[in-house]
Write a protein that binds this ligand. Structure first.
Ligand code: 13P
Length: 377
C-alpha cells in the first residue's frame, strides 16, 4: 500500500534509547494507518466501498470493491450504519437511495461528479420527453446509472428504468418491448453499441440534437426511430481510437483487445471483446497464459490488472486514460472524511460528507432502479 506519512509523533524510545533517539520518520503514523484505526473503531458500523476505477491507495481500504451494478446491488443489502463511498456522486446517490433505512451514505469528495451524468439535466430531459410523447407515443426512458438522481426520477415517472453497462442489453430489450420507442441516455455510445449487439438496424435509431433545449429536436426523425439516443459521452472512454487498436495489434501480433462499451462504436466493432468493468476483469482473469491483452478502459483498473497478472500475462492500456473525477478521492480525502464523520458523531451532528436525497425524487427514482434490479438480480 502506498501511504504518505502525515503525523510525525514524539519519538518513542527505541531499544537503545539511551544512545540515540528513534527518528521521527520511523515513529510516524501514515494516513493509511489512521484510516485503518478509524475503520477498526467503527467495526461493522462502517463499510468503505469503492469503484474499480479508484487508485490502489484507496482500494486498499475498501471492504467492498465493485463495478456500478455490483455496488448498487450490494449497498442495498449492507448491514452497516455508514457507507463511505469512494467513487463519484451518482454512485453514492444510488447507494443512498437503495440503502436500508437508517444507513447513511457519505462521499469523501462531494464535488466528485461524473461529467457524462451532467450532460443530461433532469429539467431538459423532462422537456424532451414531453415533446417526444406529445402525440401519445409511448417512449420509455432508459437511464444509464451514470445519471443524476433527478434524471432517474424522470425516467421512473415515465415508466422507464435504469441500466448499467453490465445489463444494458437486457434492459434495452425490455424497454423496446415495453413501448413504441426507447430514449437511451445520456451515453450515445453505450446505447449505440448495445443496439449493435442486439442487431437493431441503424435506420431505426436517431441521435437527438440537443444543445440548448427541446426546441431543436428533429421531431419527424425522432418519431420514426425506435431507439433515440441522447448525445452524451464519457470523456475517458472516447479517448480510445482505431489507431491505438491497430498500433497495439501491429506491435504485438496475436494480441487481443477488450474495451468498455462507452467507447465509440468504431472501436467497439474493432475490438475482440466489449463489456462492462466486471466483464473486462473476467476477460483478463480467464485469458490463457502468455496472452497479450490490449485494454480500453480507465487506467487505474488496467494497471491493477497488469500488476495482478504480471507473472502470466501482458496487460497493456490502449492509451493511458484516467478519470479525474474518480481521482478526486485520495487516501487523504478518505481519511479527512472519516475524521469528519467521527467528529460530527461525537458532537451529535451530521457528517459534512453525507449524501442526502431530495424526498420528492425518492419514489420515482427508486422505481426506475428497482425495475433494473428486478430484471437483473
Ligand atoms: P461500470 O458500469 O462498468 O462499473 O462503469 C462505470 C463507469 O462509470 C464507466 O465510466
Amino acid at each position: 500500500m502506498h501511504s504518505r506519512t502525515v503525523m510525525p509523533t514524539t519519538a518513542a524510545p527505541g531499544r537503545d534509547a539511551g544512545d540515540r533517539m528513534e527518528t521521527p520518520r520511523a515513529a510516524a503514523r501514515s494516513v493509511g494507518d489512521r484510516i485503518e484505526e478509524l475503520r477498526a473503531r467503527y467495526g461493522a458500523d462502517l463499510t468503505v466501498v469503492g469503484h474499480h476505477y479508484q487508485a490502489d491507495e484507496v482500494v486498499a481500504h475498501c471492504g467492498l470493491c465493485g463495478d456500478s451494478l455490483e455496488l448498487a446491488r450490494r449497498c442495498a443489502t449492507l448491514e452497516t450504519r455508514h457507507i463511505m463511498f469512494c467513487g463519484v456522486y451518482f454512485m453514492a446517490e444510488s447507494a443512498a437511495l437503495l440503502a436500508a433505512q437508517g444507513v447513511q451514505v457519505h462521499l469523501p469528495e462531494p464535488s466528485a461528479e461524473c461529467s457524462m451524468a451532467l450532460m443530461s439535466p433532469a429539467a431538459l430531459l423532462r422537456g424532451v420527453m414531453k415533446t417526444l410523447t406529445r402525440n401519445g407515443r409511448k417512449v420509455i426512458p432508459l437511464a444509464y446509472v451514470n445519471s443524476t438522481l433527478g434524471v432517474k426520477a424522470v425516467a421512473g415517472g415515465f415508466g422507464g428504468a435504469v441500466c448499467t453497462s453490465a445489463n444494458a442489453g437486457t434492459m434495452l430489450e425490455w424497454a423496446l418491448r415495453e413501448g413504441d420507442a426507447v430514449l437511451f441516455l445520456p451515453d450515445k455510445n453505450l446505447g449505440g453499441n448495445t443496439a449493435d449487439a442486439l442487431g437493431l438496424p441503424e435506420r431505426d435509431r436517431h441521435i437527438l440534437r440537443i444543445v440548448r433545449g427541446a426546441e431543436e429536436l428533429d421531431t419527424a426523425a425522432a418519431d420514426r426511430a425506435r431507439l433515440l439516443l441522447w448525445p452524451g459521452f464519457c470523456s475517458i472512454h472516447t479517448r480510445f481510437n482505431l489507431r491505438q487498436v491497430e498500433r497495439l495489434r501491429a506491435e504485438h501480433p496475436g494480441a487481443t483487445v477488450a474495451v468498455h462499451p462507452e467507447c465509440v462504436p468504431a472501436v467497439a466493432a474493432a475490438a475482440d471483446a466489449v463489456g462492462s468493468t466486471a466483464f473486462i476483469i473476467r476477460y483478463v482473469n480467464e485469458a490463457p497464459d502468455n496472452a497479450v491483452l490490449g485494454i480500453g478502459t480507465e487506467i487505474n483498473l488496467v494497471e491493477r490488472l497488469a500488476r495482478r497478472h504480471a507473472e502470466r500475462l501482458t496487460v497493456l492500456p490502449l492509451v493511458e486514460s484516467a478519470c479525474t473525477h474518480m481521482a478526486q478521492t485520495t487516501e487523504d480525502s478518505l481519511c479527512a472524511a472519516l475524521e469528519a464523520l467521527s467528529r460530527a458523531e461525537d458532537a451529535g451532528e451530521e457528517s459534512p460528507c453525507r449524501v442526502r436525497i431530495k424526498s420528492e425524487l425518492q419514489a420515482p427514482a427508486r422505481a426506475a432502479l428497482e425495475r433494473m434490479l428486478e430484471r437483473c438480480a
